[in-house]
Design a binder for this molecule. Structure first.
Ligand code: FES
Length: 179
C-alpha cells in the first residue's frame, strides 16, 4: 500500500529560499527519487526490496529524475534510508513510508552531527557525538540523549516504475534548526 494518500494534516517544511538555489543544492522536492551514495549498493536508486528489512540504513541523497541531478551539494540533504516491517511502525510513520522504506535526514537535531550508527536489536539510529538515539519506527522521535526533536523525514511512496519517490518536502528543517 503506497503512502500517496493519508498525508492530509501534516505540517511540512518548505524553504522560501529554495528558489534561489541550484538544483544540486535544493532540498528534496516532490517527485525526487533517492540515490544510494555509499557501500555495495552505491549508485542504485532506492526501491522496496533493495534493502534487507531491519538492516543498517544506507546513505544517500535526493535525485531529480527529470534533470538527472543528485542533490548532494547541500550537507543537510544527506539521508538515512532504511527498510523496516510496516507492521511494526506507528500509523503515521507507515503512511509516510514507501511500502516499508523510510527516508530520514542523517543530520542530528541536537548539534548537527552526521548520524552514522545503527543499533540493530533496538532498531534505533544513534548519534555518536552525544549519544542521542532516535526511533525510525515512530517518526524518528528522540529516545535518549540530549536531542529533543525528531529527525526530519521525507514522506514517500512508490512510483509507477517501482522506485521510492518523495511525496512532500522535509517534515521539518533538518538538523539543529528550531522549527
Ligand atoms: S549532535 Fe547528535 S547527540 Fe549531540
Amino acid at each position: 500500500m503506497s503512502s500517496a494518500v493519508g498525508l492530509a494534516g501534516l505540517t511540512l517544511f518548505s524553504d522560501p529560499s529554495s528558489a534561489a538555489k541550484k538544483p544540486e543544492s535544493l532540498p528534496p522536492q516532490v517527485g525526487d527519487r533517492f540515490q544510494i551514495t555509499k557501500g555495495p549498493l552505491k549508485g542504485e536508486l532506492l526501491r522496496p526490496g533493495l534493502l534487507k528489512i531491519g538492516e543498517a540504513p544506507v546513505i544517500g541523497f535526493p535525485f531529480a529524475p527529470e534533470d538527472n541531478v543528485l542533490r548532494r551539494k547541500n550537507r543537510l540533504n544527506r539521508l538515512l534510508m532504511i527498510e523496516l516491517d510496516p507492521a511494526d511502525m506507528e500509523d503515521e510513520t507507515r503512511e509516510r513510508s514507501a511500502n516499508g522504506v523510510l527516508v530520514y535526514s542523517a543530520i542530528c537535531t541536537h548539534r548537527g552531527c552526521t548520524i552514522a550508527s545503527w543499533k540493530a536489536e533496538e532498531q534505533h539510529f544513534r548519534c555518536h557525538c552525544h549519544l542521542s538515539e532516535f526511533a525510525p519506527l515512530d517518526n524518528a522521535r528522540p529516545l535518549t540523549g540530549p536531542a529533543k526533536k525528531p529527525l526530519a523525514m521525507v514522506p514517500a511512496t512508490v512510483d509507477e516504475e517501482g522506485f521510492v519517490v518523495a511525496t512532500a518536502e522535509f517534515t521539518r528543517k533538518p538538523g539543529a534548526a528550531k522549527k
